[in-house]
Design a protein around this ligand. Structure first.
Ligand code: 6GU
Length: 245
């Protein structure tokens, strides 16, 4: 077994949710093989309150509760101190706060973050997190889309999945990490498998031709058509990049 790849440290009030969500299928297998590591850290374990409380009312009033700074900071400190102990030190550990107020996550960002040795994700809950701890520890504010989730866990899982699949050894076919959808601003072409006719629908003839050049040309054409129809925003970027070639 080679050295382990990227290590995710997910600070959360719901560690089981994150562990369960990332323990199946391809990401689960990658973790078992040691290609990646997933550590869910329970913020509540770091509460100094006698009732293990982690939230309180917002100053200035308003609805809901706010996650307090101390348990989050201590959880983060424990994780990042342990990482620094291993020697690399110097640069601060990339700490991503999952929030609808962040920059929009995309494939480019996944690729970029996949270069890190360790990634810390902070999952918020309730109405928010005390701003002071965010100022202290967060290096990146990231959102997974323009809608509001009840907490950051699902967003952290989405990001971990997308980042982990870029890590060496996670995908069976090392090519698929790079050649799939969104590379070059194009959507993936349609796929077919047996039988040749299903429900009265035949597989496109070109795919049965055995002519690789024809197959490649057909797939490229399908990608372009599909992108134009379904994602005009991406298609505009694709057209621009074609022109500048
Ligand atoms: Cl990262 N967190 C929450 N709570 N809601 C979101 C989100 C993140 N991204 C989109 N909606």
């Amino acid at each position: 077994m080679e050295r382990t790849g990227i290590r995710f440290h997910i600070l959360t009030l719901f560690p089981e949710m994150v562990e369960q969500g990332l323990s199946t299928s391809i990401i689960g297998r990658a973790a078992s093989k040691g290609c990646i590591e997933i550590h869910a850290v329970n913020i509540r374990d770091y509460s100094k309150d006698k009732h293990k409380k982690v939230d309180d009312y917002p100053y200035g009033g308003g609805a809901g509760m706010v996650m307090q700074a101390q348990p989050i900071y201590d959880a983060w400190k424990a994780v990042t101190d342990a990482i620094k102990c291993e020697g690399e030190s110097g640069r601060s550990v990339r700490t991503v706060y999952l929030t609808p107020q962040g920059s929009l996550f995309n494939q480019q960002m996944a690729k970029e973050l996949a270069k890190e040795r360790d990634l810390v994700f902070l999952c918020g809950h309730y109405e928010g997190v005390d701003e002071r701890v965010l100022e202290e520890i967060v290096t990146d504010h990231v959102s997974i889309g323009d809608y509001i989730l009840t907490g950051g866990e699902l967003a952290a899982m989405v990001m971990a999945d997308a980042i982990a699949r870029m890590a060496p050894g996670v995908l069976a076919n090392d090519q698929s990490g790079v050649t799939e959808s969104l590379e070059g601003n194009l959507l993936e072409y349609p796929q077919y498998s047996r039988p040749r006719v299903w429900n009265g629908k035949a597989v496109p003839e070109t795919l049965l031709s055995g002519d690789h050049a024809r197959v490649d040309a057909w797939r490229k054409e399908q990608s372009v058509l599909r992108t134009k129809e379904r994602r005009p925003d991406l298609y505009a970027r694709f057209s621009l990049s074609e022109q500048s070639e």
